[in-house]
Design a protein around this ligand. Structure first.
Ligand SMILES: Nc1ncnc2c1ncn2[C@@H]1O[C@H](COP(=O)(O)OP(=O)(O)OP(=O)(O)O)[C@@H](O)[C@H]1O
Length: 342
């Protein structure tokens, strides 16, 4: 487990002080993919760089598997850093070295003998899907391939933790998805703990188990990804969740589709996890004497199961509508009544 306690970083500039990270405490479980999301300037990069002491904390502790890295000597820290891999937005590859040589570099530094090095590098090249490109130089690779080299290099010394600093922000959406899939498969195959920072909610949705939301150096919300999607607590989190389906938040838009009928109601259904797999609407139609008009729906898969919303207009006798709503709620689906036509 990674235990972060009261972690702070104050940058002391000539004219001003910047509290980049402000009293952050978090526990990250072994083997999970933990996301940190925030807008530009929220303190994400500083936070992630404090975890391997690329930045020195002003205050607080970071323990990785019960070893407090903030108390380590430079020598101990160098050894420990071999067990903390890191990948970057702009890949940070060595441009004069080939794919093979980039990946071999951390092994050379760790003093791994040449033959052992070769076995490991070839294994990593296969793991990240770059077989055949061993002798290419970074300038001959696409963005996605460069990040694959970055990932292989970060894994060379069999780290316990992989830190990802906006690792997909420079990539197009399709390549982003490929790299995210690679991170999930590495997490599963190697049981590696991954801490990932991003400003994009779909990155969190796709691969994280838990998430922390940062604002002005502080963590304003933390929880399981599904819980945070379904019930965002802070305004900042709500704005991030909105990124995934902006239309869902334009309830006014729906009003033009609603029949001017005194017996209709518009409801929003929240499907979480396995509840998203039920044929609930067809059951409601069969069981109750009501009409259902589907206005809008969406579903987003997460590592912890799916999360979906559906806006429907239901039309029928008031007492029957009430019964139908109770039926839906009893099936484990949350119902929000949005609009009562007078
Ligand atoms: N080395 C530094 N010296 C002084 N101020 C810094 C330094 N690094 C970061 N800051 C400041 O700390 C604050 C947080 O920056 P940080 O880069 O951690 O945020 P971020 O959430 O990662 O944003 P971005 O995604 O834009 O990088 C910002 O106000 C930034 O200007």
């Amino acid at each position: 487990m990674i235990s972060i306690k009261n972690l702070s970083k104050l940058f002391q500039l000539k004219q001003q002080q910047i509290q980049a990270v402000d009293d952050v405490s978090l526990d990250i479980n072994k083997g999970e993919i933990f996301g940190v999301i925030g807008y530009s300037g929220a303190g994400k990069s500083t936070f992630v760089r404090l975890i391997n002491r690329l930045e020195e904390p002003t205050d607080g502790d970071v323990s990785i598997h019960n070893e407090d890295i903030t108390k380590m000597s430079n020598h101990q820290l160098r050894k420990k850093r071999q067990k903390i891999g890191m990948i970057f937005q702009h890949f940070n590859l060595l441009w004069s070295r080939t794919v093979y040589e980039n990946i071999a570099f951390p092994l050379e530094i760790a003093g791994v003998p040449r033959t052992e090095r070769k076995v490991k590098v070839l294994e990593l090249i296969e793991l990240v899907g770059l077989s055949g490109r061993e002798n290419a130089y970074p300038s001959q690779l696409s963005g996605g391939q460069k990040q694959r080299v970055g990932i292989a290099r970060a894994l060379a010394n069999d780290p316990e933790v992989l830190l990802c600093d906006e690792a997909t922000s420079a990539l197009d959406p399709e390549t982003t998805d490929d790299i995210l899939e690679l991170l999930v498969s590495i997490n599963k195959k190697l049981g590696l703990t991954i801490i990932l920072i991003t400003h994009e909610m779909h990155v969190i949705q796709k691969i994280c188990n838990r998430v922390a939301v940062m604002e002005n150096g502080r963590v304003v919300e933390t929880g399981d990804v599904l819980d945070v999607f379904v019930k965002p607590q802070s305004e900042t989190t709500r704005r991030f969740v909105q990124q995934l389906n902006p239309l869902e938040y334009e309830k006014d838009r729906l009003s033009s589709f609603i029949n001017e009928d005194s017996t209709s109601e518009v409801i929003k259904l929240h499907f979480v996890g396995n509840h998203a797999k039920q044929a609930l609407i067809s059951q409601v139609i069969k069981q109750f004497d009501i009409d259902v008009n589907i206005l809008q729906g969406s579903i987003a898969p997460t590592q912890e199961g799916a999360y979906g919303t559906l806006f429907v207009e239901i039309n029928g006798k008031e007492s029957v509508l009430k019964e139908a709503i109770s039926f839906i709620e009893n099936a484990g689906v949350e119902v929000e009544v949005l609009h009562d036509v007078e």
